[in-house]
Design a protein around this ligand. Structure first.
Ligand code: UD1
Ligand code: CA
Length: 457
């Protein structure tokens, strides 16, 4: 929208969170709260976006560094009116409409902001307040109307008992004409219960100056719910997750029990994939179509292609699993595990920084670290790649079609050639040429009658 600027207030500590971390960095469905404010405003194509930061300013700036936004610092934090004043130099010379919101309202939609700005402009208003009518208004600023028009906003702590009964509340989200704004902000005083500069005083100031103040009421009050405590963090988080699950189901994903399925905002899942109860998909995870993800699986920042089965209780982080592969139960795919087409990684197998080639199998109790495993390889139960000598990590290569007998240790760096066999129980320290058999274990000796002799002695 032409001639639009955005300011997001995020300087407060969020005292009620009881946290060392700035409130806007607490995560909702995998993203810092402030990200939602930026995502809601980004499609407005504003000429500028400024975040007012204060408590934990450096942390907040670092966490949001991928966004093209400016920062203004507010120290100390003397209230919402004071916070907006800190954006004055960032907005020097700017004209048009300022969209002002807080960084703690993750459910806010872009469409609502567009409607707010549209009404604001049509009315030629100096300020337009986004309001909501709620059954439980406590804690919010109340909208006081005279002859139907907004006269002022009264904070909970400054309200008379009658005003406390008003159920129309201030969302803390506004469209503001930049022309009269900063001059008016300077006339805000601190005569209130909290001794703060209340941005909300702008309404009565404008009314006194005979400027137009409008309101827009949201249809679903849920949308403007702010997060002030851990309880609200959990409640809003649940709403965000439910929305995400509904979106996935509408796109053809089966979610057996949405209440126990935790999918972060940026995760994608293809059609006809089934998510069983208790699945957690985090971060930038991508799951293809027609996959089956069983209970207790946690996948973080990983790519799962199509038709993959992940059995119960696997943990998968920063890994890739190609089409048709089968994983688990109880497998651990760590960073840079790269499981190719139709490969099988079975129970109690851990893979780290290793390629497991197409159709290869490591079905039971193995550790594959710092390795390149070719295609059609069979890794027997209990195989351990000894990749670490106490100082450095070394690489192991197992070429196509090799067979690694059970309980083998491959002491890296070592290469097992194409089609070679390694006998069970071997400690392999030297390269095994293609097509050969390597046996590297103590020979068995049998002492006949030994038990009886021992008993007699
Ligand atoms: C504010 C409104 C209230 C509204 C409510 C909606 C005022 C005086 N009150 O109250 O009418 O119903 O939001 O959620 O505006 N902030 C700063 N610097 C400060 C103080 C606050 O940046 O000095 C930021 C906070 O980080 C937060 C936002 O402003 O993102 C709102 O502050 P908060 O203290 O939560 O205001 P409320 O008391 O909830
Ligand atoms: Ca608040």
């Amino acid at each position: 929208m032409a001639n639009t600027h955005v300011v997001i207030l995020a300087a407060g500590k969020g005292t009620r969170m009881q946290s060392a971390r700035p409130k806007v960095l607490h995560r909702v469905a995998g993203l810092p709260m402030a990200d939602y404010a930026l995502r809601a405003t980004a499609p407005l194509d504003a000429a500028s976006t400024t975040l007012v930061v204060g408590y934990g300013a450096e942390q907040v700036q670092a966490a949001l560094s991928r966004w093209e936004v400016g920062f203004a610092t507010q120290a100390p934090q003397l209230g919402t009116g004071h916070a907006l004043m800190q954006a004055e130099s960032a907005l020097a010379g700017a004209t048009g409409t300022l969209v002002l919101l807080a960084g703690d309202v993750p459910l806010l939609r872009t469409a609502t902001l567009r409607a707010l700005v549209a009404t604001h402009r049509q009315a030629g208003a100096a300020a337009t307040v986004l309001t909501a009518t709620v059954p439980w208004p406590f804690g919010y600023g109340r909208i006081v109307r005279t002859q139907g028009r907004i006269a002022r906003i009264v904070e909970e702590r400054d309200a008379t008992p009658d005003q406390r009964d008003i159920r129309e509340i201030n969302s803390g989200i506004y469209a503001l004409d930049l022309a009269p704004l900063f001059d008016a902000l300077r006339s805000i005083a601190t005569e209130n219960a909290q001794g703060e500069y209340y941005l909300t005083d702008l309404v009565s100031i404008y009314r006194r100056r005979k400027l137009v103040v409008e309101t827009v009421t949201v249809e679903r009050p849920e949308e403007i719910r702010g997060i002030n405590s851990r309880t609200e963090l959990a409640e809003v988080g649940a709403i965000v997750r439910q929305g995400k699950n509904e979106e996935l189901m509408a796109a053809g994903v089966t979610i057996e029990d949405p209440a126990t399925t935790y999918v972060d905002t940026d995760v994608t899942v293809g059609a006809d994939t089934v998510l069983h109860p208790g699945v957690t998909l985090e971060g930038r995870t991508v799951v293809g179509s027609a996959c089956e993800i069983h209970s207790g699986v946690r996948i973080v920042d990983s790519t799962i292609e199509d038709g993959v089965t992940i059995n119960n209780h696997c943990v998968i982080t920063d890994a890739r699993v190609a089409t048709g592969a089968k994983i688990g139960p109880f497998a651990h795919l760590r960073p840079e595990a790269d499981i190719r087409r139709d490969a099988k990684i079975g129970n109690f197998v851990e893979v780290k920084k290793a390629v497991v080639g197409a159709g290869s199998k490591a079905n039971h109790l193995a550790y594959l670290g710092d390795a390149t495993v070719g295609e059609g390889v069979n890794v027997g139960a209990g195989t351990i790649i000894c990749n670490y000598d106490g100082a450095t990590k070394h690489h192991t290569v197992i070429e196509d079609g090799a067979f690694i007998g059970s309980d083998t240790q491959l002491i890296a760096p070592v290469t097992v050639g194409k089609g070679a066999y390694v006998a069970s129980g071997s400690s392999i320290t030297d390269d095994v040429p293609a097509g050969s058999l390597a046996v590297a274990r103590g020979r068995q000796t049998v002492k006949e009658g030994w038990v009886a002799r021992k008993r007699r002695a």
